[in-house]
Ligand binder design. Structure first.
Ligand code: FES
Ligand SMILES: [Fe+2]
Length: 320
């Protein structure tokens, strides 16, 4: 009998969204859980964001449950030790002096960046530094585009790789999502990036409008799709592992304005509705499947093997 384990893979390294900038104001402290670990996410009064391992090295309190910001440090709810955003000790209010061991202690700090009005944290199972950047979207600063994300979130019980593999699994679009014509896309790889281009001409009463759907990912957690043609829409699909077999996927949509106004209905709304419909159709498959390590494939399955070879470059361990 084979071991009943759904996935042989660990959590891949990369940049992952851990929330929106607007949800973390100066002085805010939040307990979070990503990558199978507990963290505290906070913003100091000067605006600096930090994500540290949750547990205080003194006597183990969770800094996110009752911790507050004092003197730009995270103050532990248990005995008020104050830790700087870099994870080193700032103050011990009741001690005569800071002991040498406390000076040598550093709580693990996840590299973080704020881009696209979002907060991203870098995860690497061995704590190694980032080897690439997050993708930055200029549309957010462009007056021709909306300036707020339209957000949808789903928690799903599956490994992050399975969700990503969906994008290159051509046949499922027909059988799970009811897409009428068999999807025809070209996928290419460039270092840590994956680029997929699909022609999507649309028939309109005024004739055919040439269109395209371009998707780019930078590592496992940072992907976006741009719909161009009859309507321009940007979609970030950011998946973050919570556990090895549980993820949160966040969709951030941004619409291009039409005659100076963000369109309410129309094609952009139809795209958003369709993406949400698709993910709800995918979820029962994802949550109940088991990773097929040596799949039996046919000629029109899409470039799954190539996708997996590229995805494997984000696993830190050879044997994983
Ligand atoms: S456990 Fe944090 S200060 Fe004591
Ligand atoms: Fe799908």
């Amino acid at each position: 009998m084979e071991e009943n384990k759904r996935y042989p893979m660990p959590i891949p390294f990369g940049w992952y969204c851990v929330g929106q900038s607007k949800d973390l104001e100066p002085g805010d402290v939040k307990p979070v859980r990503y990558f199978g670990q507990d963290q505290v996410l906070f913003r100091t009064s000067t605006g600096e964001v930090a994500m540290l391992d949750a547990y205080c090295p003194h006597l183990g309190a969770h800094l996110g449950h009752g911790g507050i910001i004092t003197n730009d440090c995270i103050e532990c709810p248990f005995h008020a030790w104050r830790w700087k955003p870099d994870g080193t000790i700032g103050e011990i209010p009741y001690a005569n002096k800071i002991p040498p061991r406390a000076k040598e202690t550093q709580i693990f700090k996840y590299p973080t960046v704020e881009e696209n009005k979002l907060i991203y944290a870098w995860y690497h199972p061995k704590g190694e530094a980032p080897t690439f950047d997050v993708q930055v979207h200029s549309e957010l600063k462009d007056p021709e585009w909306a300036d707020e994300w339209d957000v949808y979130e789903y928690n799903v019980g599956c490994h992050i790789q399975d969700m990503a593999e969906n994008a290159v699994d051509a046949a499922h679009f027909v059988y799970v999502h009811g897409v009428v014509s068999y999807p025809d896309f070209e996928v290419s790889y460039d270092g840590h990036k994956r680029i997929s281009i699909q022609k999507a001409d649309m028939e309109t009463p005024r004739g055919t409008v040439p269109g395209s759907i371009t998707s780019k990912s930078s590592g496992p957690g940072d992907g976006f799709t741009k719909f161009e043609g009859i309507c321009d829409t940007l979609l970030l699909g950011l998946t973050t592992p919570i556990e090895r077999e549980e993820v949160i996927i966040r969709f951030f949509f941004l619409k291009k304005k039409v005659n100076g106004e963000v369109p309410e209905g129309g094609v952009a709304a139809a795209i958003i509705k369709d993406i949400n419909k698709q993910v709800k159709e995918d979820i029962p498959i994802w949550e109940n499947k088991k990773f097929a390590n040596q799949p039996v494939l046919c000629d029109r399955d899409g470039p799954i093997a190539k996708f997996r070879r590229h995805y494997a470059t984000f696993y830190a361990n050879e044997d994983a």
